[in-house]
Design a protein around this ligand. Sequence first.
Ligand code: FAD
Length: 166
Amino acid sequence: MSESLVIVGNGMAAARLVDELAKVALGRYAIAVIGDEPRLAYNRVLLSSVLAGETASHEIELRPANWWRDRGVTLKYGSAVEEIDVGRRELKIANEESVDFSRLVLATGSSPLRLNVPGVDLAGVNTFRDSRDVDLLLTLAAAKKRVVVVGGGLLGLEAAYGLAKA
Ligand SMILES: Cc1cc2nc3c(=O)[nH]c(=O)nc-3n(C[C@H](O)[C@H](O)[C@H](O)COP(=O)(O)OP(=O)(O)OC[C@H]3O[C@@H](n4cnc5c(N)ncnc54)[C@H](O)[C@@H]3O)c2cc1C
């Protein structure tokens, strides 16, 4: 029987890892990918282009659903992993479902730094990291006359460009 390999995080690293495993060890593992974003893995780098209206959101998907199916991967997206018990080789998803694993890969990426100032949790203060953020920013851009971008690095500039276009 093949070992069970669970990858937490349905991002760019997970897609690449499955691609490599399928090339060198197809069938060795029963693979499951569990991610909290409610969609197939996508190219995060292209979110700036989605925000700017230059690319449609569905066009940035890294692989179509049948690509994952053809590699025998079970996909659970829209599911946050909340607990990992390494001793029992078991993890828990937000809705209390448990998943067993013999091997576990954490491919959970990173979260944006939020400013440590009062008001940072108010409605209308958003980060720019995932496609839910892009939807929120586009809603903001449509409803508000003025948007301020804090952070003038690559992502700040791309956010400002996208928001200006929107
Ligand atoms: C707008 C933008 C533009 C960028 N441009 C560039 C660029 O030009 N060049 C470059 O090199 N890099 C760029 N980056 C950075 C690049 O996108 C990241 O380095 C890359 O996505 C990291 O891949 P990853 O798979 O490690 O993580 P991610 O792609 O972040 O995937 C991790 C996934 O794990 C999920 N996750 C986290 N915790 C849990 C949990 N408990 N349970 C379930 N799922 C969980 C996350 O929601 C996420 O979907 C950009 C990033 C952004 C946001």
